[in-house]
Design a protein around this ligand. Structure first.
Ligand code: RET
Length: 277
């Protein structure tokens, strides 16, 4: 359709139905997300002031950064910023078929930070060179979100190529987190070991639901309001819920004192063909 005609159609649709019941409900869901993230931010700020030590304060700061980012993203979505209609707006039904850009910007910033929280908490388990593991896992995580954006912005069958690319990157990230879950019991300090198992188990289950919500929404099974509810509840659990699990109790203050249990067998101390002194 000629662009001007398309814009006119969009305007006509928008003025015919300025505010439907589901618009109002969508906006309420997004405002609820914004308020819950803000309450998370205030709670973590309070915990930081009352509990953090010099060694543990990085966990509090990162967790606060995560919910601060989400507060801004939900505020932007509630105010209608960055809502994109990948199929264009030709009919009233197309209005509901949209992707929120702030959601993906938020995920691109916060999911690597959530993984970093876990990786730093798992330090006693990690071998030399763990910093590169962290960079690699964060990199795959960013690929997962960026290919997710491409998938959301494409229409038709092209969308599903990027969907599967995103699922591939997700499999790498998730595989790493599950490895930490399986190794956690090696940590001698039980409170740290238990907390790491809870965090990695919780994250693995929650993150698995996201691609299903995405596929069901873009596959036409879920409507926009149901998608918004799912993402809002998941985001609050994955950020605020995760933050409380991480920061409540003594584990985050203890992790720094636990001696390393990295397995010598897993450390590559030999340099091929070079005799070390
Ligand atoms: C997308 C696109 C489709 C394929 C996959 C996805 C994975 C998304 C995930 C998001 C996690 C978000 C979190 C947010 C916290 O607030 C991008 C939906 C695999 C795992 C934890």
């Amino acid at each position: 359709m000629f662009p001007v005609t398309r814009v006119m159609t969009a305007l006509a649709i928008a003025t015919q139905s300025p505010s439907t019941a589901s618009d109002t409900l969508d906006t309420t869901i997004l405002w609820t997300g914004c308020i819950l993230m803000l309450l998370g931010l205030l709670s973590f700020g309070y915990l930081r002031l009352t509990k953090a030590t010099a060694a543990s304060r990085g966990f509090y700061d990162k967790t606060m950064l995560i919910v601060a980012t989400a507060t801004c993203s939900y505020l932007a979505m509630a105010l209608g910023v960055g809502s994109v209609h990948p199929q264009g707006i030709n009919t009233a039904a197309d209005l509901a078929h949209r992707a929120f850009i702030p959601r993906y910007v938020d995920w691109a910033i916060t999911t690597p930070l959530l993984l970093l929280d876990i990786i730093l908490f798992a330090r006693p388990l990690l071998n030399k060179g763990w910093e590169w593991d962290a960079v690699t896992i964060a990199g795959f995580d960013v690929i997962m979100i960026v290919t997710g954006v491409a998938s959301a912005l494409l229409a038709g069958t092209d969308r599903w190529f990027f969907f599967w690319a995103s699922v591939g990157a997700y499999a790498v990230v998730s595989g790493y987190v599950i490895t930490l879950f399986l190794k956690a019991k090696r940590i001698p300090e039980r409170r740290v070991a238990d907390k790491l198992r809870t965090l990695t188990g919780y994250l693995s289950v929650l993150w698995l639901i996201y691609p299903f919500v995405f596929a069901l929404y873009f596959g036409g099974v879920l409507d926009g309001t149901t998608e918004d509810i799912f993402y809002m509840v998941l985001d609050v659990l994955a950020k605020v819920g995760f933050g409380f699990i991480l920061l409540l109790g003594p584990a985050v203050e203890l992790v720094d004192k636990v001696s390393s249990v990295a397995q010598p067998a897993e450390e590559n101390t030999q340099v091929r063909g070079v005799k070390l002194a």
